[in-house]
Unconditional design. Structure first.
Length: 111
């Protein structure tokens, strides 16, 4: 995604998106340090879900539609494959909540 964001949105937005992803990764790593179901684990899971929901909503509403208009057919198909793979991976790890599962449904935009 980073090359597409850089191409369509510019360096500043690409840096911001990378920082968002790093924050998500850090929370996911912290989550693995605690016993599932414990209070620390639950607090980090809630923070991760909140950040993921906000990030996904922003990308789905604003970023993805702009990127989709700049892709050729091959790039659009590849992006959908990558996103679907990411959704499957996240669904296996964190897809237990209703809001989280809604976000893992197929995207409502297209190339």
């Amino acid at each position: 995604m980073q090359p597409l964001i850089l191409r369509v949105e510019g360096r500043s937005r690409a840096r911001e998106a990378l920082e968002d992803h790093l924050a998500l990764c850090e929370l996911a790593e912290e989550l693995e340090e605690f016993a599932p179901g414990g209070p620390e684990w639950q607090a980090r899971l809630t923070a991760l879900e909140d950040l993921l929901v906000a990030h996904a909503q922003e990308q789905e509403a604003a970023l993805f539609p702009r990127i989709a208009t700049c892709l050729n057919e091959r790039e659009g198909e590849e992006l959908l494959r990558v996103l679907e793979s990411s959704q499957e991976d996240l669904g296996g790890r964190f897809g237990s909540s209703t809001e989280g599962q809604r976000l893992l449904d197929a995207p409502r935009w297209g190339p």
